[in-house]
Design a protein around this ligand. Sequence first.
Ligand code: FJE
Ligand code: FE
Length: 290
Amino acid sequence: MSNVVNDPRPVVRKFLARPQHEGVGAVVRRSIGRFELRHFDPFLVLDEFSVTAPAGFPDHPHRGFETVTYMLQGAVTHEDFEGHKGTIGAGDLQWMTAGRGIVHSEMPAAKGTQKGLQLWINLSSKNKMIEPRYQEIMSKDIAEAARGGIHVRVIAGEALGTKSPIYTRTPTMYLDFTLKPGAHLQQPIPVSWNAFVYILEGEGVFGNSNSLLTASHNLLLLGSGNGLKAWNRSSTTLRFILVGGEPLGEPVAQLGPFVMNTQEEIDQTVEDYENYTNGFEKARHWSSEA
Ligand code: FJE
Ligand code: FE
């Protein structure tokens, strides 16, 4: 991948993510995964979540994809049916490969409001039924780099010469950028990948230098090109994530937290979940402590 962005990707669609209710009493701003944008291959859901006890995401299953939870404020405890338990706080990351099946709870672990991002990344047909796996990275272990008013946390992939240790089954990049006023970013993105920006804080110019300013809670889908150009022309900090992934190009059959390729596989998954088979065995005698 060249380091020169000589063919910047334009912003082709923009979505403002408005708050909606999810889980039990939780609020999410869903951008990918809502009615107007069912998925953006290989991405299935992007939620900016906000949850205050006793609200949360109690015991629920997943199959066929990965969930990537990146904390922005507060803390969340997750607990699964294999006895895997842990708490992630601000700046920490959990990359969970659900594969053939996970049943877990994700609940607030601190006072006040817990905030973060949860991204669902699809798995290819050959990986949908793999063994579940976790990659957890604490904030202090997330690779960071800075240059010319730009600061980046490299969650997956590479930026400013710094690489993430995270292994992505579906080739993915996930970068958390902070731009000081006046900063200008050029970030390469493989040309065959789909990519988007989600703005967390402040406002910025994306794509071409003459595009309009976009503010927080907006999702920007990027068109074709070999990278992203972004400018902070405002007087406050701009923070956004840039996420890209290699499209799988496979049919998507989804029933809530089950994402397979065909309706037959979804029917089988519902059967497996109800009968505690093919990866859901441990759900029979389990419920979370939460
Ligand atoms: C889920 C409803 C849900 N976004 N962001 C249905 F709420 C969930 C779910 C989440 C979730 C959890 C966290 Cl920690 C953050 C989230 C949805 O757990 F999986 C389904 N199927
Ligand atoms: Fe979950």
